[in-house]
Write a protein that binds this ligand. Structure first.
Ligand SMILES: Nc1nc2c(ncn2[C@@H]2O[C@H](COP(=O)(O)OP(=O)(O)OP(=O)(O)O)[C@@H](O)[C@H]2O)c(=O)[nH]1
Length: 212
């Protein structure tokens, strides 16, 4: 059977509850947006294949609950991630301040080699903005991360930010690409999936199977 992708990566979305992690994921994978907020319970995931520099990359994107009470569960997923989106909401100064806490958790629980980018979501809500673009740029610089303002609502910078993180992960794992290369038949064992594609985390924890 012809291979459908060359390499499989795991990316993780982190940030406070309500910053738009689920909407970013749904916009990227399904080009959908819904305006209601149903908090993710535990973790959920979606898959998408993208082509970067001629390499077909299957990305498994884990959407975590931003709520404090799920953090014991969500931290267990950090160590298996190759790339992490740290997401805040430009209309919430609080979500921006909390990026430092998310970043320190990543330092503690994620692999050293993990690639990170900073996402300032809800860029369409200019009239409600509490965090200036310059503040985001400055913070990203301090942490050595790339920075994107995005809008899941208007589809602004969504493909660009997911593609960029995928590129960074590919660069970081160049030497191991041969090891990571998988055939489609190996997908389930290599990915060590906890559920089937599109069925959330398989534990029944997922209330929101990406309705958005
Ligand atoms: N205006 C605007 N609203 C957005 C955007 N992205 C998400 N939202 C809204 O923000 C709310 C929260 O979005 P979610 O994606 O559910 O937030 P989350 O970060 O996944 O939240 P938790 O699952 O609780 O951690 C919803 O009402 C979305 O419609 C955006 O880019 N612009």
């Amino acid at each position: 059977m012809a291979k459908q992708y060359d390499v499989l990566f795991r990316l993780l979305l982190l940030g406070d509850s309500g910053v738009g992690k689920t909407c970013l994921l749904c916009r990227f994978t399904d080009n959908e947006f819904h305006s209601s907020h149903i908090s993710t319970i535990g973790v959920d995931f979606k898959m998408k294949t993208v082509e970067v520099d001629g390499i077909k990359v299957r990305i498994q994107i884990w959407d975590t609950a931003g709520q404090e009470r799920y953090q014991t569960i969500t931290k267990q997923y950090y160590r298996r991630a190759q790339g992490i989106f740290l997401v805040y909401d430009i209309t919430s100064e609080r979500s921006f301040q909390h990026i430092m806490k998310w970043a320190s958790d990543v330092d503690e629980y994620a692999p050293e080699k993990v690639q990170k980018i900073l996402i300032a979501n809800k860029a369409d809500e200019e009239q409600k903005r509490q965090v200036a673009t310059e503040q985001g740029i400055k913070l990203a610089k301090e942490y050595g991360m790339d920075f994107f303002e995005t809008s899941a609502c208007t589809n602004y910078n969504i493909k660009e930010s997911f593609t960029r993180l995928t590129e960074l992960v590919l660069q970081a794992h160049k030497k191991e690409l041969d090891v990571l290369r998988v055939s489609i038949n190996d997908e389930l064992s290599i990915a060590d999936l906890e559920g089937e594609e599109g069925k959330g985390d398989g534990s029944g924890n997922s209330q929101k199977a990406c309705w958005c």
